[in-house]
Design a protein around this ligand. Structure first.
Ligand code: GAP
Length: 565
């Protein structure tokens, strides 16, 4: 599947639109249309039900060290600014960013290599010079470079040193080749030479993927969106849109303990919007600036935390498989030590090979992290930093805590063992939008099916798991006469209070089936001539195209039974 096909289907059938599209759109923001909103709601509801309300605290689930309780919260998006100072987000939640000196565009430093591979001017140059991305060049055709610089290059790479100062730039290149005529030049090296005006001053430059211009040194860029509460727009009133839902759970840990009878081990779940001012939002909804997270903070005794980490990692992976991400495009990957976040002593990512990624590459769907006691201690004592193997409160020049914690006691007292301790935390943190995108990618299918005249034609269908399908069943009268619409409407009305169903009587029935296949409706119910005689209707399965007959009054039980799968 080409990503463009899915993007086009999502717009055509009302799954996803660019935010504020009529004004040219806003980069990194997406709206869910009438079918998209149902898909995302179904994902959220499946997650909440499977993780929270359907969890049975009286039984020990397979693979779990013991039985456990689950509960939930729904916290505000804007929280006390001290939350973000103690959590580390205020100081540490940044990406390295580079700006193009020519076109002034910003780039995430770690995205530039990938963007250069897709860059219009690099591809134009590659075509003109007949080289591929992995080639190594023993000879560089200076005349062809000069010609490109003075023609196409002027249009597509106006900032490139080769275009602005071709003679100087080519002289550096010639010098390099003359120095070592037998060592081939890689494409990355070639791009750096043609981007460099003053080699002796700056060294080889990495070019801007958009205009070829030279980039500034990488600088830190905090990803939190700032806003102000109250009338005064000064630093005292500066607040932030939350970049994760997790912190709302940590700061309510004591409230949940005091207001319920939960006992450790237990988890608190939350679903809600998070905001990150991503420098390069890209790949459809994968990296957005406003997105939804589904997070659990699971509190346990430190001695059992590793067993709980493994349990959650495997449970969360299985959740995706059970809902249809069953192919080898899904994988579970443990982080290396170098990859671990500042708080984590063990993390695994659940990843999906999204079609917009190069072959063999995977994108993160969910992270499952062992966060130790970092968060509860930070909100109790103040922002923590590593000192050797241990975490200590970070101090300022005067030896006072750099960011003061709440001072509240967030320890847990076990009244059976009489032990008082700071619980350890396992955090499965998923993105509802990334899950929706992965399910859309996985569901996209093509095959051949007979049209209304029995001729095989290409069919596009979304093979959603029935729990996630936006519409569960469509009801059609075969033709718009002989009392068929009346019976079909009666069935539709009987299903409507229980399921999201769709009624359609327009056009040939084959075309109606196709429209439902394209949006992933698992079942179509058709009232036909035989219904008038024996009161049965056909039910058609989206994936197998098999049809069978049931009594019209059994439609609800039949569909409900099949939706359970
Ligand atoms: N509390 C931990 C945390 O927030 P994260 O890996 O930064 O961890 C968790 O985010 C999940 O949130 C990711 O696995 C992803 O599904 C989703 N997510 C993060 N940034 C996102 C973005 N810019 N756009 C869409 N989803 C995002």
């Amino acid at each position: 599947m080409e990503m463009e096909q899915l993007v086009a289907l999502c717009k055509r059938r009302g799954f996803l639109f660019q935010s504020s599209e009529i004004y040219g759109g806003l980069n990194g923001f997406w709206d869910y249309g009438p079918l998209g909103v149902e898909l995302k709601r179904n994902i959220r509801e499946a997650w909440w039900r499977d993780m929270v309300t359907a969890h049975n605290e009286l039984e020990v689930p397979s693979g779990a060290p013991s039985a456990y309780e689950m509960t939930g919260v729904d916290c505000t998006i804007i929280m006390h600014p001290q939350v973000w100072k103690c959590s580390g987000h205020y100081d540490l939640f940044h990406d390295m960013m580079q700006t193009c000196r020519q076109c002034k565009k910003l780039f995430r430093a770690d995205h530039i290599g990938e963007m250069l591979k897709e860059s219009e001017w690099v591809n134009s140059l590659a075509t003109a010079m007949s080289f591929g991305p992995h080639d190594k060049l023993l000879k560089v055709d200076g005349a062809a470079l000069m010609k490109w610089a003075k023609t196409k290059g002027k249009k597509v790479a106006p900032g490139l040193a080769l275009v602005r100062k071709p003679e100087v730039t080519l002289s550096w290149l010639a010098e390099h080749v003359a120095k070592d005529p037998n060592t081939p030049l890689t494409i990355a090296e070639l791009l750096q030479y043609i981007a460099t005006e003053q080699l002796n001053v700056t060294g080889p430059q990495i070019p801007c993927p958009l205009c070829g211009g030279d980039l500034t040194e990488p600088r830190e860029f905090n990803l939190m969106f700032e806003t102000y509460t109250g009338a005064m727009r000064d630093d005292n009133n500066k607040t932030f849109l939350r970049p994760e839902t997790a912190q709302g759970i940590f700061v309510n840990f004591k409230n949940v303990l005091d207001s319920t009878r939960v006992k450790i081990p237990f988890g608190i779940a939350q679903i809600g919007k998070s905001f990150r001012n991503e420098i390069t939002p890209r790949n459809f909804t994968f990296r957005s600036r406003e997105f939804e997270q589904m997070e659990i903070e699971f509190f346990c005794h430190p001695s059992t935390s590793h067993a709980w980490y493994k349990y959650w990692r495997d449970l969360r992976y299985k959740w995706y498989v059970d809902l249809g991400l069953a192919s080898d495009r899904l994988r579970l990957r443990d982080h290396t030590k170098e990859e671990l976040s500042h708080y984590s002593c063990g993390t695994a990512d659940i990843e999906y090979a999204f079609p917009f990624l190069p072959p063999g590459e995977f994108g993160e769907l969910e992270g499952v992290a062992h966060r130790g006691d970092f968060d509860l201690r930070s909100h109790m004592e103040g922002k923590l930093v590593h000192s050797g193997e241990s975490l200590v409160v970070e101090l300022d020049a005067e030896g006072k805590p750099r960011y003061r914690g709440s001072g509240k006691d967030l320890t847990y007292f076990d009244d059976q063992t009489r032990e008082k301790y700071i619980p350890h935390v396992i955090e499965p943190s998923a993105g509802a939008d990334r899950a929706a995108l992965a399910y859309l990618c996985e569901a996209y299918s093509e095959d051949e099916a007979p049209d209304e005249n029995g001729v095989p034609v290409k069919r596009v269908f979304l093979k959603f798991h029935p729990r996630l399908a936006p519409i569960k069943a469509a009801v059609f009268p075969l033709v718009k006469k002989d009392g068929m619409p009346e019976i079909a409407k009666e069935i539709y009305c009987s299903l409507k209070p229980h399921l999201n169903v769709f009624y359609d009587e327009k056009g040939a029935v084959g075309r109606r089936y196709r429209r439902q296949d394209e949006v992933g409706t698992p079942f179509c119910i058709t009232v036909d001539g035989q219904t008038l005689q024996d009161g049965t209707v056909t039910i058609r399965d989206r994936d197998t195209l098999k049809q069978w007959r049931v009594k019209k009054e059994d439609c609800l039980s039949e569909i409900k039974e099949r939706l359970k799968t």
